[in-house]
Design a binder for this molecule. Structure first.
Ligand code: C5P
Length: 220
């Protein structure tokens, strides 16, 4: 059993995928199901932690024992996680956060142009929430990010992970492959975890719950 290795600890987990509004009825989204983040919440609860789950459009039910904060867009997620992180011992950014959002959400439903066959959308960068959390981290807080990549070459995948770690500055980065059939939708996952210096500290594959346990083992 996992025991109570995280008893008295406050763990904040973001899960799911953000939706960036285009107009009152449409959004730009991604295929994250929230399964890995929800598995992390289950695993943290099993270890005795108090868990805040910041849920962006989950496709799976979260555990009832968490403090749940539902968010839609990246900017909403940023507000919620920044507030929760101020009192957290551990922050895990498992959510797939949109890198860009429409410059402005239209007040009214966008009409199709009957004369043209194409349409241009102007996007603007979202803040890098994880990098921001790393800059304002409380001393002793453990910050974990994810790097979901479609790269099939495992050497190149690790390089991408190390580059991402350098940009983000978190304590651990969980690198995993995603694709049409793996990662987001699946009940299983395969991960490589890098520490702050880019060294491999864990390789695991299996159910998302077992992978969650291996990730939490790093902080306990
Ligand atoms: O840069 P990339 O999206 O690949 O980074 C993935 C990691 O950074 C994830 O932990 C994700 O939650 C986080 N992220 C973020 N803010 C963004 C984009 C991603 O915090 N705008």
């Amino acid at each position: 059993g996992a025991g109570a290795a995280l008893a008295g600890k406050h763990v904040v987990i973001t899960a799911g995928g953000t939706r960036e509004p285009l107009d009152p009825v449409r959004f730009l989204g991604n295929r994250s199901s929230g399964k890995q983040g929800v598995a992390l919440a289950h695993a943290a609860l099993a270890r005795g932690a108090t868990v805040t789950l910041i849920a962006a459009n989950l496709e799976v039910a979260p555990p009832t024992e968490v403090e749940l904060r539902a968010v839609g867009s990246a900017l909403e997620l940023e507000v919620a996680v920044t507030a929760a992180a101020a009192v957290a011992d551990v922050v895990i950014m498992a959510a797939a956060v949109a890198d860009y959002r429409p410059v402005a959400a239209r007040a009214d439903k966008i009409k199709k142009d009957e004369t043209g066959g194409t349409m241009l959308l102007e996007l603007t960068r979202n803040p890098d929430i994880l990098a921001g959390l790393a800059r304002t981290k409380r001393s002793g807080q453990v910050l974990i990010g994810f790097a979901a990549e479609t790269e099939t070459d495992s050497v190149r995948l690790l390089e991408l992970g190390r580059e991402k770690m350098a940009r983000k500055g978190c304590d651990f980065l969980v690198v995993n492959r995603v694709g049409w059939a793996e990662g987001f939708a699946s009940d299983r996952n395969a991960i490589t975890v890098l520490d702050h210096g880019g060294d491999i500290v864990c390789e695991a594959s299996g159910s998302k719950l077992s992978v969650a346990g291996r990730i939490l083992d790093l902080i306990t």
